[in-house]
Design a protein around this ligand. Structure first.
Ligand SMILES: [Zn+2]
Length: 338
């Protein structure tokens, strides 16, 4: 089969490798129908995370079950399935509490930019749809497997409620999906922070009511101006840099909440400022599995269309071009067709 390997910063290759196969009795092998490049794949690509040996890439997938191990009971060959990027059994105490991204067995999916993938704990990981969805819905179902689930978690963690005023920091795919989540959860005002015209338009399409292009002090001043000098009830931090975290905390009102889902890179919050901000913080890898059934339903019934974050589709063998397009910000997110 063909799969994508990163050999070092800027060096991504789609090449032939051994087929994915069942290794444990609870595994499934899934033939991918679509996969994609994640913003987090760009951290090693741009050299911000080390690449010490060749590593198989990708953790987002939808596909059709090809084969299951002898202990898999709920998932069957032929089913169309959506899964998350966190490997979780969905049975331990943390999973039962809805924190599958803190599963006692936690690990992270990789090697999903491939024609076939091995999914551990298939019964816990995978959610099957009724029948095979229309091809037009595949991008949105793929988005649910990570960016939409993560944007949803950011909004839940930031405690978005009907009538809330929300700020979304970050205009990548997760931030844009955060706008969708805030709207679905009833936010009245959604302020998207973006200085990219295409992304601003997409944010407005997804339900943003205001755009702030400025950053830093000017960005905070913009939020204050739009919120009567108070700040936002909820802030979704979807980047993971020190600047974006500071932007998020300073955009929230006293008593407001920040949901942070950008993987932190050198974030150092000023404890004194945080203390006096009275802002609540919750973040981490999103427990996407908790939200999968609901989000899949919202996609299948046409309520949400997060697949619009994919503004470029390429065959899997053009993975190198896909990474380059996202790195150069020519594309928000690239869907790869196996
Ligand atoms: Zn678990």
């Amino acid at each position: 089969m063909r799969a994508v390997t990163m050999y070092g910063p800027g060096d991504v290759r789609a090449e032939r490798c051994d087929d994915a196969k069942i290794l444990r009795p609870t595994d499934a092998v899934v033939r991918t129908v679509a996969t994609c490049v994640c913003g987090s794949d760009l951290w090693p690509y741009r050299g911000a995370d080390p690449v010490t040996e060749p590593v198989r890439m990708g953790h987002e997938y939808v596909g059709v079950v090809e084969e299951v191990g002898p202990d898999v009971a709920a998932i069957r060959p032929g089913q169309f399935v959506v899964g998350s990027f966190c490997i979780a059994d969905n049975t331990c105490a943390n999973c039962r509490n809805g924190w599958q991204s803190s599963c006692r067995q936690l690990d992270f999916m990789n090697a999903c930019q491939a024609e076939y993938i091995r999914v551990p704990y298939a019964d816990g990981m995978l959610v099957a749809t009724d029948g095979h969805p229309d091809a037009s819905l595949v991008p949105s179902l793929l988005a649910v497997s990570d960016v939409m689930g993560t944007g949803w978690y950011a909004a839940v963690a930031a405690e978005v409620r009907p009538g809330s005023t929300v700020v979304v920091v970050g205009d990548g795919a997760v931030g844009l999906c955060g706008v969708i989540a805030a709207k679905e959860l009833g936010a009245e005002r959604i302020i998207a922070m973006s200085r990219n015209e295409t992304r601003q338009e997409l944010a407005l399409h997804f339900g943003a009511t205001d755009i702030i292009a400025e950053r830093g002090d000017d960005g905070v001043a913009g939020v204050q101006e739009l919120t009567g000098g108070i700040g936002a009830d909820s802030v979704l931090e979807c980047v993971g840099t020190d600047e974006s975290m500071e932007q998020a905390v300073r955009s929230a009102r006293p008593g407001g909440n920040v949901g942070f889902v950008g993987v932190p890179h050198d974030v150092a919050l000023a404890s004194h400022e945080l203390f006096f901000s009275q802002v609540g913080l919750r973040g981490g890898p999103a427990p996407v599995r908790r939200f999968l059934p609901d989000l899949i339903d919202r996609v299948l019934t046409g309520r949400i269309d997060p697949g619009k974050v994919f503004d470029l589709e390429l065959p899997l063998e053009k993975a190198a071009e896909a990474y380059r397009a996202m790195y150069e910000r020519r594309a928000v997110k690239v869907l790869l067709q196996p």
